[in-house]
Design a protein around this ligand. Structure first.
Ligand code: FAD
Length: 344
């Protein structure tokens, strides 16, 4: 009989795992919210804007081919350059980097495309609340129902992995070690603000990045440079605030955060019109990106029990391409454990 595998977490790491798992496996992806995870997009009044990952950098040719094939027309390349600014607000050229991508329908659609071509069954709004080892199988609880699988890929953020490992009925020393190691991984908080204007804010660049990374705003992106995101004659700026700002203003309201950001950006680019967006949005990622990773020797110890772990916190790099590579690795490792050829 075909092995049954569940992937817990429908972010880009979970999508990578689903792609790599053998096509002879019966794969189900459980995602507690909607697919994408921190590749998150919002839609309002005809605009689409990315409030988590701003863009995906695909320097690795294999990853680029894989995403390009899966996403097809959904994948959009951002063709304007990124410039940088210093503590005095002086804007300068930046060395060219790798191509930057988003999705025409929002960056979350890239994850959906990867899952679509994986052939996995995807259940959204499906939170896994327990993960137990019973008689050589994994039994998970989803919406109160117990479901058994031959193998599992755990592709949730570190905090969710801690909860599942701590509560797991799994008699193995590695369970407690993993819970503690995942709990020890520090993360940076990131506030993201989107500002909408009923006019076109023109610039020769796509984004501005802070050189010092200690300023109040560390990133400003122009969503209108992502084809399909903003109607002509309008602008949406997405700003990432610095960790120092977030730490010092932990109790700021969303409105205060948006207004302060708008004033900062108006000063930075020397355009007073930007002080007054006609609407704005805010999202605080309390555990936005990991600043360290998991010891590979530790997570490889779970493979004997047909469990693989993936995510940016496993890779130790808080970037989407690293999470995708981690998911692909986890899927391939499980394929090997199941004695099958990986699919990707
Ligand atoms: C503000 C911000 C900006 C960023 N900008 C960039 C950028 O420009 N470029 C870049 O490369 N990276 C960027 N990153 C980092 C990037 O978003 C992450 O590294 C990447 O998305 C991590 O993917 P993942 O699949 O490991 O985790 P996630 O995307 O967090 O996916 C995990 C999924 O698991 C689900 N889940 C959790 N618990 C359960 C459960 N019990 N049952 C079922 N499902 C569950 C969650 O809902 C989530 O969808 C940014 C991150 C943030 C926060």
């Amino acid at each position: 009989m075909d092995p049954s595998v569940c992937v817990i977490g429908g972010g880009i790491a979970g999508a990578g795992a689903a792609l790599a798992l053998p096509n002879t496996a019966d794969v189900t992806v459980f995602e507690s919210r909607s697919v994408g995870g921190r590749l998150a997009s919002r839609r309002r009044e005809g605009c689409i804007y990315d409030v988590g990952t701003d863009h995906v950098l695909l320097a690795d040719a294999d990853l680029r081919d894989l995403v390009t094939d899966a996403a097809g027309d959904t994948l959009v390349e951002i063709d304007r350059p990124v410039k940088q600014f210093d503590a005095d607000g002086t804007i300068s050229e930046r060395p060219e980097e790798f191509p930057r991508f988003s999705g025409r329908d929002g960056i979350d659609s890239l994850v959906r495309s990867l899952l679509d071509i994986s052939g996995a069954r995807v259940e959204e709004g499906a939170t896994v609340t327990t993960l137990d080892r019973r008689g050589g199988q994994w039994v998970v609880t989803v919406a109160g129902e117990r479901r058994a699988f031959d193998a599992v890929v755990l592709a949730v953020p570190a905090a969710a992995a801690v909860v599942l490992f701590e509560g797991a009925d799994w008699d193995a020393a590695v369970r407690g070690e993993l819970a503690r190691a995942a709990d020890d991984i520090a993360h940076r908080t990131i506030d993201v603000v989107a500002l909408h204007y009923p006019f076109a804010f023109e610039a020769e660049y796509y984004g501005l990045v802070s050189i010092e990374r200690a300023s109040d705003v560390v990133w400003m992106g122009r969503e209108q440079c992502k084809p399909g995101h903003v109607p002509d004659g309008e602008s949406v700026l997405t700003l990432q605030l610095g960790s120092l700002w977030s730490a010092a203003n932990a109790n700021a309201t969303a409105r205060e955060t948006a207004i302060e950001s708008a004033h900062y950006v108006a000063r930075l680019v020397g355009d007073d019109r930007l002080r007054e967006p006609d609407w704005w949005d805010h999202h605080r990622w309390g555990r936005g990106v990991p600043t360290a990773g998991l010891d590979a020797a530790l997570h490889n110890r779970t493979l004997d029990a047909a469990l693989a772990i993936a995510g940016d916190w496993v890779a130790g790099v808080g970037q989407a391409h690293a999470a995708l590579a981690s998911g692909l690795r986890a899927g391939r490792q499980l394929a090997d454990r199941l004695g099958c050829e990986p699919n990707a």
